[in-house]
Each structure stands twice: as structure tokens, then as C-alpha cells.
Design a protein. Structure first.
Length: 142
């Protein structure tokens, strides 16, 4: 009986998290950044998916209106490098089938593309629209 209780309790604990897909949900900022959204930041669009699996599996796409301070913090507080070689840019912009049409709608050459410099296998991408300054972030962990 005790073994059954332990298995049941462990199953409940492991499975007790929010999973699903959220489009343009106000809570997507917190899902992405794990912090409340500052009042001076405008999220234009967002898409977030989390697996019901017990490990933390997710995918997200988020578009943020131009925000110089956020851009500065993203680039200075994280080990980032800009990709400039066409081959690297092409490899880094292969998106999943879930990529929304609003995410990076222009040719990729019209964006600055930033990735983590110390995590070559990371799927995190920051794209900055060269004309408007809009920030596009995406990441996947499966």
C-alpha cells in the first residue's frame, strides 16, 4: 500500500505544471522570462508552448516593441555574439513548423542576429529589426 501511495504522490508532483499553447497571452512574458513584465515594455505578439512531459520542454516566439534598455540588457548581461556570415545566419534561422507568420516576417538580412557565444547548441535567438528596432526572441528546449 505504501509503495502505491509513493508512486501516486510522485506522479502527481511530476505532472503538476501548466502545459499547453498560448497565443498573445499576457502571461507569456512571465513564461519566457520568469519575471513580471515591466510596465514600459510592449509585447506585440507572443506564442508559447509547454509540453505536459515531466521535464521542462518548451518553445516560444515573442515580438517586443523597440526598447533600447531591454536590448542593451539582453546583449550585455548575456554572453552574446552577432552572426554575420551568410552560412551561419542561414543555419541559425531554421525554425520549427510552429513559427508564427508574424515572427521575423522580413528577409533575415533585414535583422541583426544574435546567439549565445558560450552555448553553440542553444536554440535561443535574438533578432533585431534594423529599420524599426523591434526585438524578436525565440527558443526551444526539447
Amino acid at each position: 500500500m505504501r509503495v502505491i501511495f509513493v508512486i501516486l504522490a510522485a506522479s502527481l508532483l511530476v505532472g503538476c505544471h501548466e502545459s499547453g499553447t498560448w497565443k498573445d497571452d499576457a502571461r507569456n512574458w512571465k513564461r519566457v522570462f520568469r519575471a513580471p513584465k515591466p510596465d514600459d515594455i510592449t509585447v506585440v505578439h507572443s506564442w508559447f508552448w509547454r509540453s505536459p512531459h515531466f521535464t521542462y520542454e518548451y518553445e516560444y516566439y515573442i515580438q517586443i516593441q523597440k526598447h533600447a534598455d531591454l536590448q542593451k540588457r539582453l546583449l550585455s548581461m548575456n554572453p552574446m555574439k552577432q552572426l554575420t556570415l551568410e552560412k551561419d545566419v542561414q543555419e541559425a534561422t531554421v525554425w520549427s513548423q510552429h513559427r508564427p507568420t508574424w515572427f521575423v516576417p522580413k528577409p533575415v538580412a533585414q535583422y541583426e542576429l544574435w546567439v549565445y557565444s558560450n552555448a553553440p547548441n542553444s536554440a535561443f535567438r535574438l533578432l533585431i529589426d534594423r529599420e524599426t528596432g523591434a526585438l524578436f526572441l525565440s527558443d526551444t528546449q526539447l
